[in-house]
Write a protein that binds this ligand. Structure first.
Ligand code: F6P
Length: 327
């Protein structure tokens, strides 16, 4: 166990998310405030392996709170999954005297941190940075709010053209194997149906509902599909609907990486700042291997290994709301 931490590292790992820069800024400035030396590790775990590590000053994080992406860059690193890779990474940290890490990323990144810490006894504090919001133990993940607002803005635009042509639009959103972006953006845009991986999709039910709406001359419909839905993506659903109701004019729109970029929302900047600040406090207090979340507006600490195992649960009531409101 390390007695008093004096040097810490911060990195972003996995898919970037808006607000990561605000989190980096908070870690760097809180660390400096407490008299720590702070190092930025570039390109995620890959930078630890490649010794791509830079000393950060208060000024290094100036003018970034409003920027999307991550100034430290990010990567998904295969070599870090091997013991040899992690050993190489540890040697680079040791060389510089880095005694604790803040990892901003998703559950995959937390898994890497947990293994690394178990092997080399280095405290790792996670910050949930992912647009997918697929981590249990926090009400928010850094980037979700911005991503979902980007999706809503785009879907509203699609609705304009759908309305002009009386068309059905099937819009695919990101989320990997979680349906949060789909669920929130679908409710916020008045979608007729929302397909998410957490619930079994019943294609016959979708057809019956579209037929019923067609009878009532409701031709403008939006269906939001989470990319991880087990039925398939927007293209698969569109092909199925075209076969079943050929007279319905159906189009597909895949929002893709647009959801990952852009200036972070106020909410994402605020939670990233709070979480980044508390991550440094955790390292100073000697907390080991937790991630910093927010539950009921209070800071909440979850062991990294639990975050890896659990997923957020979908509130079933929300699906009922979708059904009732989309008449
Ligand atoms: O985890 C964030 C995310 O954007 C997912 O929603 C998506 O499935 C994945 O990353 C895309 O990854 P990549 O940018 O590597 O294609």
């Amino acid at each position: 166990m390390i007695k008093k931490i004096t040097k810490i590292g911060v990195l972003t790992s996995g898919g970037d998310s808006p607000g990561m820069n605000a989190a980096i800024r908070a870690v760097v400035r809180t660390g400096i405030y407490h008299g720590l030396e702070v190092f930025g590790i570039r390109h995620g775990y890959q930078g630890m392996l490649d010794d791509d590590i830079i000393k950060m000053e208060g000024q290094s994080v100036a003018n970034i709170i409003q920027r999307g992406g991550t100034i430290l860059k990010t990567a998904r690193c295969m070599e870090f999954m091997t013991h040899e890779g992690r050993k190489k990474a540890f040697e680079n940290l040791k060389k510089r005297g880095i005694q604790g890490l803040v990892i901003i990323g998703g559950d995959g990144s937390f898994k890497g941190a947990q293994t690394f810490s178990n092997e080399f006894d280095i405290p790792c504090i996670g910050l949930p940075g992912t647009i997918d919001k697929d981590i249990a133990g926090t009400d928010f993940t850094i980037g979700f709010d911005t991503a979902v607002n980007t999706a809503v803005e785009a879907i509203d635009k699609v609705r304009d053209t759908a309305d002009a042509h009386d068309r059905l639009f099937i819009i695919e959103v990101m989320g990997r194997d979680a349906g949060y972006i789909a669920l929130h953006s679908g409710i916020a845009t008045g979608a007729e149906n929302i397909l998410i991986p957490e619930r079994k999709t019943n294609p016959e039910e979708i057809i019956a509902s579209l037929q019923e709406k067609k009878k009532r001359k409701k031709l403008v419909n939006l269906i939001i599909v989470a990319e991880g839905d087990e039925f398939g993506g927007a293209n698969e659903l569109s092909n199925y609907i075209k076969k079943e109701i050929p007279e319905l004019e159906t189009r597909v729109c895949i929002l893709g990486h647009i959801q990952r970029g852009g200036s972070p929302s106020c909410l994402d900047r605020v939670i990233a700042s709070r979480m980044g600040y508390h991550a440094v406090e955790c390292l100073i207090e000697g907390k080991y291997n937790v991630f910093v979340g927010i539950v009921n507006n209070k800071m909440h600490y979850t062991p990294l290994n639990e975050a890896v195992k659990k997923k957020q649960k979908i509130n079933e009531e929300w699906m009922n709301i979708v059904k009732i409101l989309a008449t």
